[in-house]
Design a protein around this ligand. Structure first.
Ligand code: NAD
Length: 484
């Protein structure tokens, strides 16, 4: 059995609780994959203390030296692609090609953020006074807590840790207890890359047990969290009276609008990618397809046929096109929402049930599900299901489609399919999201642009792009008169 330890102050150590939690394969609940430390507050305190001690020297280390270490880690990651991909599939359930895509995305984002370190300067501006130097500079914050979800265990960890470290901070990273193995592998390589002790620390455990210490510890200057809106907003509440910066990437209920003039094949393909990749467990998943009335029934039919054709299977099987959901809690929650959808009177077009026969019997498999005739009043249209369940809604016209798209507390991603540039432009202006697409899947992103939501999907500066590293700094305006 693989035993994962915490990585604190450059050492692999057991939790002082003396307890571990077993982690099972979501494609086969009888297969135990590893045991991870069931950490307690004192473990996090130890990690915070190591990170605090390491901070002054790391902050003074010139950026090119910090970048060289991160580059070494990146090279080691590239050399271990196969192991990362297999680990993500084993512990999360997503199919191998999705794990490969996650790996590539993590590499690209990490690479971009290393480069951002070189660009983290501020502006020198002309002063109002003769002989005065006036400029802006940025400084690292100190110790930062990085809290990650299970759905992108590698990409989200890299999206936070690389910018935090390149900007001169030290960190304590806590992965989801559903997916501890991928970040343990990341820290194994980080250890081999030769980072100074205490710069990056890794603690596993349940959010309900160690979350408060990661959030409330007095050393913590910033928290970068990705996860549910419920937990994210609770963190915002806890730090409200303190000077701790927050970056919260939370849930979504992302709409994809199909107008009557759209290329329907492309729109439906994008909706399928958005709805069923990673079994619908992306924060930027397409969860609502809003279709203009003249093409509504055609689109429902096309989606239904494609959903019924998806080959569900163990993620390690290259022939599978959709894996299991990530674990028992997800499974129960998604099946509950499917029953809610049926009770609310939505028209079930595909799926609507768990897969329990034959090789599905030991895993958390759910049939790709499509509900049509969904209205904004229904819970399945309002709440994040985070599973392979797509809601199709009818819009009277373009204005109605934008109105329905915005009828949500969330504001993460959206897309419109149309050939009318004027309508596309209006959609871009009126869609209340942090990521907007035209004739593209809702989940598309590139590392050089910011990634984050508005409304109840995000708080603080977004990740990635230029703000990815900027978040982990404070600003300082400097006025310097060379002669007294
Ligand atoms: P979650 O909120 O249950 O957990 C996220 C992380 O927070 C985990 O590490 C968990 O252990 C920790 N945590 C739990 N309780 C805590 C507490 N009280 N204090 C501190 N930390 C605590 O989310 P999840 O189920 O792991 O992930 C799925 C959610 O993440 C979905 O809502 C999804 O939309 C969201 N997500 C958002 C983005 C984005 O960029 N906006 C990306 C990926 C996932």
């Amino acid at each position: 059995m693989l035993i994962l330890k915490n990585y604190i102050d450059g050492q692999w150590i057991d939790s002082i609780s003396g307890k571990r939690t077993q982690k099972f394969n979501p494609a086969n609940r009888e297969e135990a994959l590893c045991e991870a430390q069931a950490s307690v507050a004192q473990d996090v305190e130890r990690a915070m203390s190591a990170a605090s001690q390491a901070f002054p020297a790391w902050a003074r280390t010139p950026v090119p030296q910090r970048a060289a270490l991160l580059q070494q880690l990146l090279e080691k990651m590239k050399a271990n692609e196969t192991e990362f991909v297999r680990t993500v599939t084993l512990e999360n359930g997503k199919i191998l090609r999705e794990s490969r895509a996650e790996f590539q995305s993590a590499i690209k984002e990490a690479d971009y953020q290393i480069g951002q370190g070189r660009r983290l300067g501020g502006a020198h501006v002309p002063s109002e006074q003769p002989g005065l130097l006036a400029y802006m500079t940025r400084q690292p914050l100190g110790v930062v807590s990085l809290i990650t979800p299970w759905n992108f265990p590698l990409n989200v960890a890299c999206r936070k840790m690389f910018p935090a470290l390149i900007a001169g901070n030290t960190c304590v990273l806590k992965p989801s207890d559903v997916t501890p193995m991928t970040s343990a592998l990341l820290f194994k390589l980080l250890n081999e890359a030769g980072f100074p002790r205490g710069v990056a620390n890794f603690v596993t455990g349940r959010g309900s047990v160690i979350g408060d210490t990661l959030v409330n510890h007095p050393s913590v200057r910033a928290i970068s969290f990705t996860g549910s809106t419920e937990v994210g907003l609770s963190i915002a509440g806890k730090v409200a009276g303190r000077s701790t910066k927050i970056q919260l990437e939370m849930g979504g209920k992302n709409p994809l609008v199909v107008l009557a003039d759209a290329n329907l094949e492309r729109a439906v393909d994008a909706a399928m990618i958005g709805a069923f990749s990673c079994s619908g467990q992306w924060c930027t998943s397409t969860s609502r397809v809003i279709v203009e009335a003249p093409v509504y029934e055609t689109v429902v039919e096309m989606l239904t046929q494609k959903a019924k054709a998806i080959a569900v299977g163990n993620g390690l099987d290259e022939a599978a096109r959709m894996g299991p959901v990530a674990g028992p809690d997800q499974y129960e929650s998604i099946l509950k929402y499917i029953e809610i959808g049926k009770r609310e009177g939505a028209r079930l077009c595909a799926g609507g049930h768990a897969l329990r026969e034959g090789h599905f019997a030991r895993g958390y498999f759910i049939a790709p599900t499509i509900f049509a005739d969904v209205t904004s009043a229904m819970r399945i249209a309002r709440e994040e299901i985070f599973g392979p369940v797509l809601c199709v809604m009818k819009a009277n016209d373009f204005e109605d489609s934008v109105c329905i798209a915005n009828e949500t507390i969330f504001g993460l991603a959206s897309s419109v399919f149309t050939q009318d540039l004027a309508k596309a432009q209006r959609f871009i202006e009126e869609s209340q999201v942090g990521l907007c697409h035209v004739n593209m899947p809702t989940a598309f992103k590139e590392p050089q642009l910011e990634f984050g939501g508005i409304k109840e999907s995000g708080r603080g500066l977004p990740e990635a792009g230029t703000t990815g590293a900027e978040f982990f700094t404070s600003h300082k305006a400097v006025y310097l008169r060379p002669l007294s």
